[in-house]
Design a protein around this ligand. Structure first.
Ligand SMILES: [Zn+2]
Length: 211
């Protein structure tokens, strides 16, 4: 019984760095060393209309996976401090009028309990407009090829009811791999509205991404 209580306590209170797996001090998940290295690596990079903070390497991959899949919602606080100022500067520089986080499906929202992108924007106090997923899709990681991903995501988003004409828009996602999701959202927006420009911001970007 005692060991059960102990392991339960461990589960509740132990904090291990998602990157190096070291026990952390209990306030934060990411340890000081890994945090400062993330801080240094996190500079705004850009390909075409895509902007991002990190190449999707193993470190940021572990942080985002931990945040999303292990339900460590509080990692949002640490991600927020890494992103906040840089994203706000970018929003100012690009003269963004409207911000749209990529929505998750109802099913995934139930599994996870939160939208990982909205959670970070909320903590940064950045206002956004919502779009919706009309139908569930298969997990994108099942589809490696761009064409298959594109097919899987076609017609999934409902972007109606927004004021996007003549506006500079920024779509925000956590990871961009092939860009099929964000391109589909752009396509839907361009069908219904005449925006000035659409930009994409993601925390991480696949190294092979060509725009
Ligand atoms: Zn660490």
């Amino acid at each position: 019984m005692k060991s059960l209580v102990h392991s339960f306590k461990d589960l509740l209170f132990s904090r291990k760095c998602p990157i190096c797996n070291k026990e952390t001090n209990g306030t934060y998940y990411i340890c000081d060393n890994c945090y400062s290295s993330l801080r240094k690596k996190g500079t705004i990079k850009n390909i075409k209309n895509y902007y991002y903070l990190y190449f999707y390497d193993k470190d940021i991959k572990r942080v985002i996976a931990d945040y999303k899949l292990n339900n460590r919602k509080n990692l949002a606080l640490e991600l927020k401090t890494l992103i906040d100022k840089k994203l706000k500067l970018l929003i100012e520089e690009l003269d963004i009028d409207k911000i749209i986080p990529v929505p998750v499906s109802k099913k995934r929202l139930l599994e996870r309990g939160f939208n990982q992108v909205e959670e970070i924007l909320d903590r940064c106090h950045i206002k956004y407009d919502k779009i919706y997923r009309i139908r569930d899709t298969e997990h994108m990681y099942k589809y490696q090829e761009y064409e298959k991903r594109k097919h899987n995501i076609a017609g999934v988003f409902d972007v109606s009811g927004l004021d996007l004409n003549g506006k500079n828009i920024m779509i925000v996602d956590d990871i961009v791999t092939t860009g099929s999701t964000t391109k589909e959202i752009c396509k839907e927006i361009n069908k219904k509205y005449r925006p000035k420009e659409i930009y994409i911001f993601s925390i991480a970007m696949s190294k092979g991404f060509k725009g």
